[in-house]
Design a binder for this molecule. Structure first.
Ligand SMILES: NC(=O)C1=CN([C@@H]2O[C@H](COP(=O)(O)OP(=O)(O)OC[C@H]3O[C@@H](n4cnc5c(N)ncnc54)[C@H](O)[C@@H]3O)[C@@H](O)[C@H]2O)C=CC1
Ligand SMILES: O=C(O)[C@H]1O[C@H](OP(=O)(O)OP(=O)(O)OC[C@H]2O[C@@H](n3ccc(=O)[nH]c3=O)[C@H](O)[C@@H]2O)[C@H](O)[C@@H](O)[C@@H]1O
Length: 451
C-alpha cells in the first residue's frame, strides 16, 4: 500500500517507520525543511529507542522516503495520515489550525480516491471538519474525487513507541464507510496475525476513545498522587498501599506510581481539551478539573518539601537535579515536572545543577535563556558532577542510570547527605545505611538515626 504521513514528529515518524517496517511504501512529509534534510541523511530529530535503526534500514530498502513536497507524495497515494500537532489553544481546546491546513493541502494534491486518517489527537467532530476542508479544496480545483475521513487515534508512549506501535493492545478505527473500513483493516492486517487487534466503530466514537483513554490514565496518576499526600501525613508508606491496591485485578499495577506530577505533550493538553469539550456540552467536568488541579499542585510538592526542610529562603543553597525529561526513555521536556521545580527553586534564590542522560541538548534549547545566562541553572556533564557541593540531590526522572547509583561516592560529593526522591526509587533504609536523610513522595522522611 502507498501511504503518506504528514507531520514527522513523535507520532508521524514512528507511524511512517513502523508501517514501512510492516511492508507498506511510505513517504513522510513535513514543512520543517531542516528536519527533512536531516532525515534524508538518516539523522533523527528525536531520541526514541530503536527508531533510528528502523528508519535507516527502511530508507536503505527504499520503502521509506522523506520530502517537504506533498504534491509529489500525493500522487497515487491510497492513505494519507494527518499526524501534526494539536496544541492547546487559549481556551484549552485543541488548536486545529495545523490539521485544517494539512486537510486543505491534501485536497489540493490528491489524485484519486483516498482514505484520509486523523492520527493526531482531535476532538469529536474534527473528521467532519477535515472532510469539509478537503471538499472545499477539491471544489476549488473543480475536480470530483471521492474520499473518506477516518479516525485512527494513536496510543504509543514515548520511550516505548516502537514496541507500542508494532505490538499494540488494540487498534481503534473509526470509519463511517465500509470502503474505508476495509482499506484500514487490510493496512493493519500484519498487526493482527495472532489476534484481531482492530476495534471498529464510528468516527465520533473513535475520536472520544482517545481522550477518554488519556484522561483515565491521568486520573489514575492524580488519584494516586493525592492518596500519597494523605499517606505521608498518617505515617503510611504509599509504596505498600500501591502494591496492596495494584494486586486487585480490577485496579491493576500500571499508572498508579506516585510522583512529581504527570508531564509530556499529551496528558496535560488532552485533559484540558476534554474539560473544554465537557463545558461546551454543558456537563460540569468535576472529575477532570480535579485531575488537572491535583497535577498542578503535585508539580510543586518537591519544592515544598525542600523548603520545609531547608527553609523558604534558599539563597546560597545548591541543589543537584537528576532528570530533566518528562519521563525516562525520551528527550522530550514538554510540561516536565523538572521545569516547575527549577522555576520554584530559582525563585527562592537557589542554584540548581542539573543532569539528564539524554535531554541535555533539549534542555539547553528549551529552558529559559535567562535561567542559563544567570548561571544559577547549570547543566552538568554527568550525574556525579551535578552533586558537587550540593545541599541535596533531587531525583525527578527515574532513568536507569539513577536507579542504583554509587551512594558512597554520592555522599563524598554532596555537601549534605539529603535525598529528595520524586519517584520513590530508593529504599529509605538502604540509603540511610550510607548516611542519607531520605524524603520520598507519600512516605515519611527517614533518617540514619531511625535505623
Ligand atoms: N507524542 C506522543 O507521544 C503522542 C502524540 N499524539 C498526538 O499526535 C499528534 C502529533 O504529536 P507529536 O508527534 O508529538 O507532534 P510534534 O510536534 O512532535 O510533530 C508535529 C510535526 O508536524 C509538522 N507539521 C506542522 N504543520 C505541518 C504541515 N502543514 N505540513 C507538514 N508537517 C507539518 C511539524 O513540523 C512537526 O514536525 C498530536 O495531536 C498529539 O496529541 C498521540 C499519541 C502519542
Ligand atoms: O497521547 C499520548 O501522547 C500518549 O500519552 C501517554 O504517553 P506519554 O505521555 O508518552 O508517557 P506516559 O508513560 O503515559 O507518562 C506520562 C506522564 O505520567 C507520569 N506517570 C506515568 C505513570 C505513573 O504510574 N505515574 C506517573 O507519574 C510519567 O512520569 C509522565 O510524566 C499515554 O501513555 C499514551 O498511551 C498516549 O498515546
Amino acid at each position: 500500500m502507498k501511504l503518506t504521513i504528514i507531520g514527522t514528529g513523535y507520532v508521524g515518524l514512528v507511524t511512517g517507520a513502523c508501517f514501512a517496517e510492516m511492508g507498506s511504501r511510505v513517504t513522510c512529509v513535513d514543512i520543517d525543511t531542516a528536519k527533512i534534510e536531516n532525515l534524508k541523511k538518516g539523522i533523527l530529530p528525536i531520541y526514541e529507542p530503536g527508531l533510528e535503526r528502523i528508519v535507516q534500514e527502511n530508507m536503505a530498502d527504499g520503502t521509506l522516503q522523506f520530502t517537504t513536497r506533498l504534491e509529489d507524495a500525493a500522487r497515487d497515494c491510497q492513505i494519507f495520515f494527518i499526524a501534526v500537532g494539536t496544541p492547546p489553544g487559549e481556551d484549552g481546546s485543541a488548536d486545529l489550525q495545523y490539521v485544517r491546513r494539512v486537510a486543505a493541502r491534501i485536497g489540493q494534491c490528491m489524485t484519486d480516491y483516498a482514505v484520509i486518517v486523523d492520527k493526531s489527537t482531535v476532538p469529536v467532530g474534527t473528521a467532519d471538519q477535515v472532510a469539509e476542508v478537503v471538499q472545499e479544496a477539491l471544489d476549488t480545483r473543480g475536480i470530483d474525487l471521492e474520499f473518506d475521513v477516518v479516525s485512527n487515534p494513536e496510543f504509543l508512549k514515548e520511550g516505548a513507541a516502537i514496541q507500542d506501535f508494532l505490538k499494540p493492545d488494540r487498534i481503534i478505527v473509526g470509519a463511517n464507510s465500509e470502503r474505508a473500513a476495509k482499506i484500514m483493516t487490510r493496512l493493519y492486517a500484519p498487526f493482527s496475525m495472532n489476534r484481531d487487534k482492530m476495534i471498529l466503530m464510528n468516527v465520533r466514537d473513535a475520536e472520544m476513545t482517545k481522550y477518554a483513554a488519556n484522561a483515565m490514565l491521568a486520573t489514575k496518576i492524580s488519584f494516586m498522587n493525592e492518596i500519597a499526600n494523605i499517606c505521608e501525613h498518617l505515617g503510611v508508606d504509599v509504596e505498600n498501599v500501591r502494591k496492596g491496591i495494584g494486586s486487585d485485578s480490577r485496579i491493576g499495577y500500571s499508572f498508579i506510581y506516585p510522583g512529581a506530577g504527570y508531564g509530556g505533550s499529551c496528558f496535560p493538553k488532552d485533559v484540558k481539551a476534554l474539560i473544554k469539550t465537557s463545558k461546551d456540552t454543558g456537563v460540569d467536568p468535576a472529575v477532570l478539573a480535579a485531575v488537572e488541579n491535583r497535577n498542578n499542585l503535585q508539580k510543586k510538592v518537591l519544592a515544598e518539601k525542600i523548603k520545609a526542610r531547608l527553609g523558604t529562603d534558599l539563597s546560597g543553597r545548591r541543589f543537584a537535579l537528576w532528570g530533566l525529561a518528562f519521563k525516562p526513555g525520551t528527550d522530550d521536556m514538554r510540561e516536565a515536572a523538572s521545569i516547575v521545580l527549577i522555576d520554584n527553586l530559582l525563585a527562592a534564590g537557589a542554584i540548581v545543577c542539573a543532569y539528564d542522560p539524554v535531554a541535555m541538548a533539549q534542555a539547553a534549547r528549551e529552558l529559559p535563556e535567562a535561567w542559563l545566562e544567570s548561571s544559577r541553572l547549570i547543566l552538568a556533564n554527568d550525574q556525579y558532577q551535578a552533586l558537587e557541593n550540593a545541599d541535596a540531590m533531587i531525583l525527578v526522572t527515574e532513568w536507569k542510570t539513577f536507579r542504583r547509583p554509587d551512594f558512597k561516592r554520592m555522599g563524598q560529593l554532596l555537601n549534605q547527605k539529603i535525598i529528595f526522591d520524586g519517584r520513590n526509587q530508593y529504599d529509605p533504609e538502604e540509603v540511610a545505611e550510607f548516611g542519607f536523610e531520605y524524603h520520598g513522595i507519600g512516605r515519611e522522611a527517614f533518617h540514619p538515626a531511625d535505623l
